[in-house]
Design a protein around this ligand. Structure first.
Ligand code: NZQ
Ligand code: ZN
Length: 391
């Protein structure tokens, strides 16, 4: 295991009705004037936004609001939010919604305290200072409610890139599984896929002797395989929703990823798809992951075989471990198909003729060196082949 530091100070309030504590938590974490940030309207329709405002009013807190975050959030609204926070002297940013809203809130929180262009944080500069961020999560997926990450798309060039720093880890996150019951099935399934991708990206490591994190990841994947179909069958199954919501947080706050190298190439390759086609990130991952895994599994056949046996219940073929490894990848594909996810470019709405454009943005865009690194370093030729496997 490698040396590591792990700092995860988010305060979680979990359970039915927990959003009624919003005002109390904002006050506890030092907020007096709040920016309420939200998406395209689901929180208005569900009545959640009104309940949040009432809770802030009851606690005697000031607030301003900025809605309109799109899935795959854009830089334009971040600049608007930064201006608003400065003008209104906001001291805490409250995201009410999914990963896109939370990521946009994190970017605003960091940009407000920074003299330069906030995009610097999305091209390599560590985020060291930010307004405190609180979240009320409405979809189990991205794990942004407990992560130090934010993913934003720069409209100029449509580059989708990540920014990082412990300063943007939420100070508090309110997780009420009942809030996810209004999700359309496709979004629920995309969220399940994203959570499973976060686990795979950590499982694919070149670090030896990481049994504790291997076992955490395997346990969380088994949970998703058990709970995912339950919630697809019955969207109102609160217990399944609750298990998935907590698994989503555990999959991405990095408790299961410390002390080991990680992959993230499926995510990098997917981000170009959601940047170009505006597809749901999780749906893009359903198309991307199997192709990437089939391309790289020979790099460490036994790691893929172990996953196949321990998670998918495949029989170990000691003479031909590659057969076991591929059976595991096939089981993942079957699972994704069973929850209604796409597996091909056509099903996602992506086009084969765009592959050169995707590869250019992925490997060279916004200062990249011609390759992406992870479990295996992939150059432009590798990435072209991987995208072609998805057609
Ligand atoms: O915008 P509204 O109207 O709220 O609708 C959203 C949106 O259309 C809807 N939705 C959310 N909760 C709902 C609901 N509809 C009905 N009922 C509810 N309870 O669902 C749609 C998707 O929302 P979004 O926030 O985009 O989903 P998600 O949480 O999957 O976030 C995706 C974004 O997170 C990034 C992705 O790249 C993508 O941009 N990621 C962020 C990470 C991080 N910060 O750590 C890591 C991830 O790997 C990921 O890359
Ligand atoms: Zn993801």
């Amino acid at each position: 295991m490698e040396n590591f530091t792990f700092y995860s100070p988010t305060y979680f309030e979990f359970g039915k009705g927990s959003e009624s504590k919003t005002g109390e938590l904002v006050r506890r974490f030092g907020g007096s004037k709040v920016l309420i940030h939200y998406g395209g309207g689901s929180v208005v329709r569900s009545g959640l936004l009104d309940r949040v405002k009432k809770s802030l009013d009851a606690a005697g807190l000031g607030w301003v609001e900025l809605g309109g975050v799109k899935p795959n959030p854009r830089s334009g609204l971040v600049y608007e939010g930064i201006d608003l926070c400065r003008k209104e002297k906001v001291d805490l940013v409250l995201a009410v919604g999914g990963g896109s809203t939370i990521d946009s809130a994190k970017a605003i929180a960091a940009g407000t305290l920074y003299d330069g262009d906030f995009w610097d944080f999305y091209t390599g500069r560590e985020i060291e200072k930010a307004l405190p961020v609180g979240t009320i999560l409405t979809i189990a997926a991205a794990g942004s409610e407990g992560s130090p990450d934010s993913v934003i798309t720069k409209e100029e060039g449509m580059f989708k890139r990540g920014g990082h720093g412990d300063a943007i880890r939420p100070r508090f996150s309110i997780l009420d599984p009942a809030l996810t019951q209004t999700l359309p099935p496709y979004q629920t399934a995309a969220g399940i896929t994203d959570i499973m991708a976060h686990l795979h990206e950590r499982y694919l490591t070149n670090t030896k002797d990481v049994e504790v994190t291997d076992r955490l990841i395997e346990g969380l994947l088994l949970t998703m395989i058990h709970e995912g179909p339950r919630v697809i069958k019955d969207p109102n199954d609160y217990e399944a929703r609750a298990n998935i919501m907590w698994a989503g947080m555990l999959a991405h706050n990095n408790v299961a990823g410390v002390g080991r190298s990680q992959d993230w190439n499926s995510h990098n390759i997917e981000h170009e798809l959601s940047a170009l086609y505006d597809c749901a990130h999780g749906a893009g991952l359903a198309v991307t992951m199997p192709a990437v895994f089939k391309y790289v599994y020979r790099h460490d056949v036994m790691r893929f075989a172990k996953l196949a046996v321990r998670v998918w219940g495949c029989q170990m073929d000691f003479d031909h471990p590659e057969v076991t490894a591929l059976a595991g990848i096939e089981a993942l594909e079957n699972f994704l198909r069973s929850i209604g996810m796409p597996l091909t470019f056509a099903e996602l709405g992506a086009k084969e003729e765009d592959i050169p454009k995707l590869v250019e943005a992925l490997c060279y865009g916004d200062g990249r060196p011609g390759s992406i690194s992870g479990f295996v370093t992939l150059n432009a030729d590798d990435c072209t082949k991987i995208y072609k496997m998805m057609v």
